[in-house]
Design a protein around this ligand. Structure first.
Ligand code: CUA
Length: 196
């Protein structure tokens, strides 16, 4: 008759129980896989940040959300697309439950574009798919992002921060026009997207 091992933990395992050495090996293997995945994701973040100018906007500029519509840069008559003396373009918008004002803006292709946004109420998000434009719009601060659209096109502009019951319907649009066509638009037409 076989001798009983002194340590009860060293008894032979019953069927279906995986030995500790196998568990340890499997866990180590998964740790290596997880670390490799993290390294790949970090590399993607760093490479896209450097090559695609994808980074969190870092503009810190305060604004009084309660008086946006009454005075200063974000009064209604100053919203929309404006051409600067150096030829670049600045777009000013207000994000509020549940829409952007103006609802649609036009900008030229191949030109530096600076978006400046302020929120009138809660935190909203401003995202243009397939570009480096992606920022939160936090009440009390001006969100500023710069980009340059290589080609004309339509950019849907979803709010991507949950801002209330109407959040999923908070969509607007940026229309990128060929440069010469944009130049021929009146200032009013640059801030509307009504089909001509
Ligand atoms: Cu605004 Cu979600």
């Amino acid at each position: 008759m076989a001798e009983e091992p002194a340590n009860p933990l060293r008894r032979p395992l019953s069927d279906g129980i995986v030995p500790e050495s196998v568990v340890a090996y499997t866990e180590k293997r998964w740790i290596v896989i997880m670390v490799a995945m993290l390294a790949v994701m970090m590399a993607i973040v760093v490479v896209t940040a450097i090559t695609g100018a994808l980074h969190p906007p870092s503009n810190v500029e305060v604004v009084d959300s309660t008086t946006l519509h009454l005075q200063g840069e974000f009064v209604e008559s100053n919203l929309g697309t404006a051409v600067e003396p150096d030829g670049s373009v600045t777009v000013r918008m207000i994000a509020e439950q549940y829409g952007f004002v103006p609802r649609c803006v036009r900008v030229p292709a191949g030109t530096p574009v600076k978006f400046r946004l302020a929120s009138a109420d809660v935190v909203h998000g401003f995202l243009l798919p397939d570009t480096n434009v992606n920022t939160m719009v936090v009440p009390g601060f001006v969100a500023e992002v710069r980009t340059n659209f290589a080609a004309p096109g339509e950019y849907p502009m979803p709010c991507h921060e949950f801002c209330g019951l109407g959040h999923q319907a908070m969509w607007s649009q940026v229309r990128v026009e060929p440069e010469e066509r944009f130049t021929n638009l009146t200032p009013g037409e640059r801030t509307r997207c009504v089909q001509q």
